[in-house]
Design a protein around this ligand. Structure first.
Ligand code: NAD
Length: 380
């Protein structure tokens, strides 16, 4: 990152296992793991040829190091690039990539590799799930958000005219390689946005991890061994939840802490990333989820202040008013929330909390209470 001090590479590689029976896989985490990517892929997928998909920004920064490691391991490969940005998660790019993988004559046992952020990972995973009814898939996530969230758990897909991520598949990778040194080139705003998901793991189920982050976040941003530790602990938290509930029948919904409000905020600004990126929406959403839990008498003011302090310390937004430009009314927010969420007999499902690390799924939230709360927040 431009305005942080980059620590010396020192940490050893860490490994997290995602335990899904025959579809289990490892996540390798550490500074410089890309240099060994070819050998790692060859050991998991011996003899496979590879199509590497990357966006133009990431390709300019990290593609050479990655393809060098493939060449070194004797892996025959082809490179496919897409434009950077959310609009790339679309049918047009999906179709083009499917055709290009087939043009390269890759077979079913060959691999499609995503080298990039969540956009490249989601799109490429969906391509891997579809071409020849499923090719091997490897994730090499290059944003913090992708390393701690989108590359783990097998959700892949593209956006539709009707909304984000509406077309896709659960499709697990064979391997995830999270090189924490590539995050050094990530703009600070994107790093912070990914950090919101790191903090989420502490807030939803691990109070000790949240305390650790309060003490160590500066080193996580700076890129020392603490960054690897934060990525590994986040991946472990997600892996545990995914292993218990791969297809989101229950517990996996906890990962949506802050996301109901966050998604509504993103939709309200028409996904204009100059105004709000996903992780910023999640940060404000997590703050609102804690404040709403306080309103319902579930947590005390001390918990709310602690969350507020940590998110603001790292530079994340916590109030709706921090989003630049005109904001919609509480009614519009409620319309968006009702569209986004299953409304069951007039009640909404939210992730609420009883304290740091004690989030739970509440299916009986009264929409009137949410609406009154939002009206107040928009006036505050
Ligand atoms: P992104 O992929 O658009 O990356 C953000 C920007 O950073 C892009 O411009 C990219 O080119 C650039 N970039 C990536 N790596 C870089 C690096 N190392 N150095 C410099 N620049 C770099 O966005 P994202 O935040 O990684 O992911 C967002 C996407 O992830 C959304 O589409 C969201 O829906 C999806 N997502 C999916 C899941 C899932 O479970 N599948 C979970 C959360 C989010």
């Amino acid at each position: 990152m431009a305005d942080t001090i980059v620590a010396e590479a020192a940490a050893e590689e860490q490994k997290v296992r995602v335990d899904l029976g025959a579809r289990s896989y490892d996540i390798k985490i550490g500074r410089g793991v890309i240099a060994n990517a070819g050998a790692e892929i060859a050991s998991v997928l011996p003899g496979a040829r590879v199509a590497v998909v990357s966006d133009q920004t990431v390709a300019g920064l990290h593609l050479d190091a990655f393809t060098d490691s493939l060449t070194e391991a004797g892996i025959d490969h082809t490179v496919l690039t897409v434009p950077a940005g959310e609009s790339t998660k679309c049918f047009r790019e999906f179709e083009r990539l499917c055709d290009e993988v087939l043009d390269a004559r890759l077979e079913r046992g060959d691999a499609v590799v995503a080298l990039g952020g969540g956009v490249v990972g989601d799109l490429t995973g969906f391509v891997a799930s579809a071409v020849r009814r499923g090719m091997a898939f490897v994730q090499v996530p290059t944003t913090l958000l992708a390393q701690v969230d989108s590359s783990v758990g097998g959700k892949t897909g593209i956006n539709a005219r009707h909304g984000k991520n509406l077309i896709g598949a659960f499709y697990q990778p064979a391997l995830v390689l999270a090189d924490t040194a590539v995050l050094d080139t990530l703009p600070l705003r994107d790093f912070r946005a990914g950090y919101a998901e790191v903090a989420k793991y502490g807030l939803l189920g691990d109070a000790e991890f949240f305390s650790w982050l309060e003490a160590n976040w500066k080193a996580v941003f700076a890129g020392g061994a603490e960054r690897d530790e934060a990525v590994a602990r986040s991946c472990q938290a997600k892996a545990d939840i995914v292993a218990a509930d791969e297809f989101e029948a229950g517990r996996r919904a906890l990962l949506n802490l802050g996301h109901t409000f966050g998604h509504a905020l993103e939709a309200a600004v028409s996904y204009e990333t100059q105004r709000l990126v996903h992780g910023e929406g999640v940060s404000i959403g997590m703050m609102l989820a804690h404040e709403f839990s306080e309103r319902l008498g579930l947590v005390g003011e001390d918990t709310v202040s602690r969350v507020h302090k940590h998110l603001t310390d790292v530079g994340l937004p916590v109030r709706i008013q921090e989003i630049p430009g005109q904001l919609p009314t509480a009614e519009t927010f409620m319309d968006i929330i009702a569209q986004d969420k299953k409304v069951s007999r007039g009640a909404l499902t939210f992730i609420l909390t009883r304290g740091i690390g004690e989030a739970f799924v509440e299916k009986g939230v009264d929409p009137v209470q949410v609406s009154d709360f939002l009206k107040e927040k928009l006036q505050a």
